[in-house]
Design a protein around this ligand. Structure first.
Ligand SMILES: Cc1cc2nc3c(=O)[nH]c(=O)nc-3n(C[C@H](O)[C@H](O)[C@H](O)COP(=O)(O)OP(=O)(O)OC[C@H]3O[C@@H](n4cnc5c(N)ncnc54)[C@H](O)[C@@H]3O)c2cc1C
Length: 328
């Protein structure tokens, strides 16, 4: 068993590293487990143009800058995975494949993974025309043609977002009907920039250095290839929360439920709309007092680097105040 820590942060993406900057400055000497491989989703992208403070920065460089900022405070970042946790006792125990660590508070920022089609050409052209985020990358496709893959609300939303930039958006869906809500489907059907390719699947993303088209399984308009410039995969995200399944409350999709999320869902499902009644002392607290969470492992709505960073900071401030009030 290793030494006792005040805060252990699990996650080395924008949320975990931003939490680490705040807890380090507050003198809590957090220990950060950044995972293996470390860095999270931004390692999979090229240019990021929407992180305030940078006109343009490569995703991996942004992560490296955040890590340097954390390490500048003397904080240690380990590129190791936490394999299990025990939140049933205090101090909490978090375990890697080699060691157990004890901590008074824990911040979870393990993020999520975009689900991909799993075909080789998609992986080859990721960041070079293949993306999983229209809000992030739509801007690069002004007046271009793109395809969105998927049939749920996310796919409909991604397609709508892309019509602000692209001149043509195909939605490729393997079934004949969408899973998406009726209202989202109607919006898509009424958008003249959007064309549906149903009962079909992408067999290959074409292009050597950039996306140049797609090859479909079945022919569409007498051809199995469609020329286009971008492919947005919108078949879902999976939060990296499996190891917390038996320790804290997760929602039905595996996202971590925090006090703020619980209050939101209560307000959505009740006639009582008085937000002021929600006493938000620790908004990022999970179902276990002393365990906080932020970033894409909690948030399935915004899913941006800056919102994840902001949630990480909220978790760090909550942990700080919780320790002040509870660690005598
Ligand atoms: C292709 C792509 C392009 C994107 N482009 C942009 C963009 O241009 N602008 C933008 O704002 N957003 C972009 N995003 C979204 C953005 O990357 C995410 O919203 C953001 O990274 C979420 O941050 P996070 O810290 O919550 O999680 P993540 O970035 O997912 O980081 C999670 C961290 O937790 C670690 N981890 C997971 N499990 C464990 C464990 N068991 N033990 C220890 N560590 C663990 C991981 O290794 C990783 O370090 C993009 C996403 C993708 C997929």
């Amino acid at each position: 068993m290793k030494d006792m820590h005040k805060v252990i942060i699990i996650g080395g993406g924008p949320a975990g590293l931003s939490a680490a900057i705040y807890n380090s400055r507050a003198g809590l000497q957090p220990l950060v487990f950044a995972g293996s491989p470390p860095g999270g989703q931004l390692m999979l992208t090229t240019e990021v143009e929407n992180f305030p403070g940078y006109k343009e920065i490569m995703g991996p460089d942004l992560i490296q800058n955040l890590r340097s900022q954390v390490e500048n405070f003397g904080t240690e970042i380990r590129n190791e995975n936490i394999t299990s946790v025990d939140f049933s006792q205090k101090p909490f125990i978090v375990t890697t494949s080699k060691e157990e660590y004890r901590s008074a508070a824990v911040i979870i920022a393990t993020g999520a993974q975009a689900l991909w089609l799993g075909i080789e050409s998609e992986q080859k052209l990721r960041g070079r025309g293949v993306s999983a985020c229209a809000t992030c990358d739509g801007f690069f496709f002004r007046d271009k043609k793109v395809a969105v893959v998927g049939g749920g609300d996310t796919a409909m939303e991604e397609a709508q977002t892309l019509t602000r930039f692209a001149k043509k958006v195909y939605i490729v869906h393997r079934r004949g009907e969408f899973r998406a809500s009726k209202i989202m489907q109607e919006r898509v059907m009424n958008n003249e920039k959007i064309e549906l390719i149903l009962n079909n699947e992408i067999e290959e993303v074409l292009g050597e250095n950039r996306v140049e088209g797609i090859r479909l399984k079945e022919s569409y308009k007498k051809s199995t290839t469609v020329e286009l410039d971008g492919v947005f995969v919108a078949i879902g995200h999976r939060p990296d929360t499996q190891i917390f399944r038996n320790s804290i409350q997760l929602d039905e999709k595996g996202y971590i439920v925090t006090s703020a999320m619980q209050a939101l869902s209560h307000l959505n499902n009740s006639d009582e709309k008085d937000v002021a009644k929600f006493d938000a002392i620790y908004q990022t607290m999970t179902s276990v007092p002393g365990v906080f969470a932020g970033g894409d492992c909690v948030d399935h709505t915004y899913r941006q680097a800056i919102t994840a960073a902001g949630m990480g900071v909220s978790a760090a401030l909550d942990a700080e105040r919780w320790l002040e009030n509870n660690l005598k």
